[in-house]
Write a protein that binds this ligand. Structure first.
Ligand SMILES: [Fe+2]
Length: 303
C-alpha cells in the first residue's frame, strides 16, 4: 500500500521508505491525462513523411490499448525499423564499451538488449519486475513533468515504443525506443537506482511548482545526464548520454565541466534541452544518490 502522506499535497511527509508495489496498488492508467500526447513537431525529421507519421501513430495507439487492458502489446517492427536499431545500437555499443558504467553494460546483457533486434517492452518489463519490482508502461509521447515523474512513485516508467526517423538515425527530438531501451531501462536493474527513482516520484506528487522545477533539474543531471565514479574512473549512466553518440563523446572532452555531485547546486543549475551539455555532475555511488535524494524529498513536507 502507499503511505497516505505521498498522496496529498497538504500532508507533510515524515520519512520515506521504499515499499513494494503490487498490481492492485496501481492507479488506473486510463485516468492519465494525455492531451496532444502524440503531437509531432515540425522540427521532427519525420514531420513531412506521411508513411512515418502513420506508423508512429499506429505504434502510439497500442499504448492506448494498454491503458484499457493493462497488457503491453508487442510491436511487430518492420525490417526498416530493425535496420535503424542495428545502426544506432551497434555504434552506441562501440562507444559505450569504454564510457558506460560497468553495471549498466552488465544490465543490458541481463535484459537481453543487443544490437540485433529491438527489444519488446513486455520482455524487459518481466525481468525488471523480478529484479527490483520495477515496471514499464507504454505511452504515446511526452507527458507533462508532474504526471510523468509521479508514475515513478509506483516504480513505473512510462516508455514510448516507436523508433526515430530513418533519415537521421543519430538524432531524435523526442523519446523513442532507442532512448528508452538503451538509455533508461537498464538502470532499473539497479535496486538503489529504482529506489531513487521512486523517491523522485514521491517528490513529484507532493512538490510545489517551484520544487517540481528543482526536481526536474535533479532528474536531468542524474537520470538523463549523470556520470558515476566507478573504480576511480568516470563512467556514464544517464540516458541522454548513453543513447546519443554526440553527447557520450562530448561528456569526456575538455568542453565539459565535470563537477562532483552537490544536491543544492544541482537543483539550482539551469540547463538547455537542445544544446550539448556544458556541465555534468558525478555521483560517488548509486547508494549515495538514493540517500541524498531521500533526505531532500523528506524536506518537502516541512517547507
Ligand atoms: Fe529520457
Amino acid at each position: 500500500m502507499l503511505p497516505e502522506t505521498a498522496l496529498s499535497k497538504s500532508e507533510p511527509t515524515s520519512s520515506l521508505t521504499n515499499f513494494e508495489v503490487k498490481d492492485e496498488d496501481l492507479p488506473a492508467f486510463r485516468d492519465m491525462k494525455f492531451e496532444n500526447i502524440n503531437e509531432l513537431h515540425l522540427d521532427h525529421p519525420g514531420a513531412s513523411d506521411e508513411d512515418y507519421r502513420r506508423r508512429r501513430d499506429y505504434i502510439a495507439s497500442l499504448s492506448k490499448n494498454f491503458r484499457e487492458t493493462g497488457a503491453i502489446t508487442d510491436v511487430e517492427y518492420t525490417e526498416q525499423e530493425q535496420a535503424i536499431w542495428r545502426i544506432v545500437a551497434t555504434r552506441l555499443e562501440e562507444i559505450q564499451s569504454s564510457r558506460a558504467s560497468a553495471f549498466y553494460l552488465d544490465a543490458k546483457k541481463k535484459l537481453g538488449i543487443n544490437t540485433e533486434r529491438i527489444p519488446q517492452l513486455s520482455e524487459m518489463n518481466k525481468r525488471l519486475n523480478k529484479l527490483c519490482n520495477f515496471r514499464l508502461a507504454p505511452i504515446e509521447g511526452l507527458v507533462e513533468t508532474r504526471g510523468f515523474l509521479s508514475w515513478l512513485s509506483y516504480r513505473t516508467m512510462l516508455c514510448t515504443q516507436y523508433i526515430r526517423h530513418h533519415s537521421r538515425p543519430e538524432y531524435t527530438p523526442e523519446p523513442d525506443i532507442v532512448h528508452e531501451a538503451i538509455g533508461h531501462i537498464p538502470n532499473f536493474t539497479n535496486c538503489d537506482f529504482a529506489d531513487f527513482s521512486q523517491f523522485i516520484g514521491h517528490g513529484a506528487r507532493i512538490a510545489t511548482d517551484e520544487q517540481l522545477e528543482e526536481l526536474g533539474r535533479l532528474y536531468w543531471f542524474t537520470v538523463e545526464f549523470g556520470l558515476v565514479e566507478e573504480n576511480g574512473e568516470l563512467k556514464a549512466y544517464g540516458a541522454g548520454l548513453l543513447s546519443s553518440f554526440g553527447e557520450l563523446e562530448n561528456a569526456f572532452t575538455d568542453k565539459v565541466e565535470r563537477r562532483p555531485f552537490d544536491l543544492e547546486q544541482v537543483i539550482n543549475t539551469r540547463y538547455e534541452y537542445s544544446d550539448m551539455q556544458p556541465i555534468l555532475y558525478v555521483i560517488p555511488s548509486y547508494a549515495y544518490l538514493k540517500e541524498t535524494t531521500r533526505k531532500y524529498i523528506e524536506s518537502f513536507g516541512g517547507k
